[in-house]
Design a protein around this ligand. Structure first.
Ligand code: ADP
Ligand code: MG
Length: 249
């Protein structure tokens, strides 16, 4: 019922490192306006799937389709221009620059849709206004003129979200967006992710199962490179195989 076509879709994904099969036969669909969480024990293959989807790794087998276009053979820069944006686990902000300048740089990146817009208007006002809107969206507008270095870790990651939004992602992939955060920052980031997901298709790798349960629409559980379970949180968390994988018995 109400099945919309996935924005990002992978079928039969596999990745071999030498003789080791790190990912095997993984299917994933990411839909507009929804959050898909990829979870599983350490070594399950989550980061490998993430890197396959963003084209940082070449699949051994399988097919990846973005907005109806087969991107299996494309390079990361090319899929980025098509609207697939990823965050990195390590903060990628410029510490010596103000928050406003960080976002302005992002807005002027060549694969930003705003870039075209900005060049045609040549209006500094407009650029500043858009940068402030993005900072406001992540709750950092009142700190626009601080240097990024002065931010707490959690706020740096919120700034990073603002810079990824500057690229107007159609698909946003977040690798452990809550890692290393205190409770307050976790709550702020979780609601930010939820709000951002309304305008894109969002896939996140995340260890915080409480937040995954709170905000995800769909969950895929990986174990030893294969899909162990998938569905909504109630379905997945009731699955005895998932319980076993997490209890480590
Ligand atoms: P996760 O992110 O779920 O913890 P990874 O995707 O990082 O898991 O790793 C899955 C498995 O693949 C692990 O056993 C890991 O050691 C192995 N692996 C990952 N990257 C490489 C690589 N570049 N070369 C060899 N083995 C790798
Ligand atoms: Mg990982």
């Amino acid at each position: 019922a109400g099945a919309t076509r996935a924005v990002l879709s992978a079928r039969g994904l596999a990745k071999r490192f030498g003789s080791f099969l790190a990912v095997n036969n993984v299917d994933i669909d990411v839909h507009h306006g929804r959050i898909h969480a990829l979870i599983g024990p350490n070594g399950a293959g989550k980061s490998t799937v993430f890197n396959l989807l963003t084209k940082f790794l070449k699949p051994t087998a399988g097919r990846i389709v973005l907005d109806g276009t087969d991107i299996t053979a494309m390079d990361p820069a090319c899929v980025a221009r098509m609207g697939m944006v990823r965050s990195f686990q390590i903060s990628a902000t410029f510490g010596d620059m103000t928050l406003l300048d960080n976002v302005r740089v992002a807005l002027q990146r060549p694969n930003s849709l705003y870039h075209q817009f900005w060049r045609s208007l040549t209006s500094l006002d407009r650029l500043n206004r858009q940068a402030m809107e993005l900072l406001d969206r992540v709750g950092l507008a009142d700190m626009a003129h601080l240097r990024a270095n002065n931010l707490s870790y959690g706020r740096k990651r919120a700034l990073e979200i603002a810079t990824t939004l500057a690229l107007e992602p159609r698909v946003l992939l977040l690798d452990e967006p809550l890692a290393g955060m205190g409770q307050e920052d976790v709550e702020h980031m979780a609601s930010l992710i939820k709000s951002v997901s309304r305008d894109c298709a969002l896939l996140m790798v995340e260890h915080n199962l409480k937040v995954v349960g709170d905000i995800s629409d769909e969950i895929t559980v990986l174990q030893r490179g294969e899909i162990l379970a998938r569905g909504d949180y109630a379905t997945v968390s009731a699955d005895p195989r998932v319980r076993e994988a997490y209890m480590g018995s």
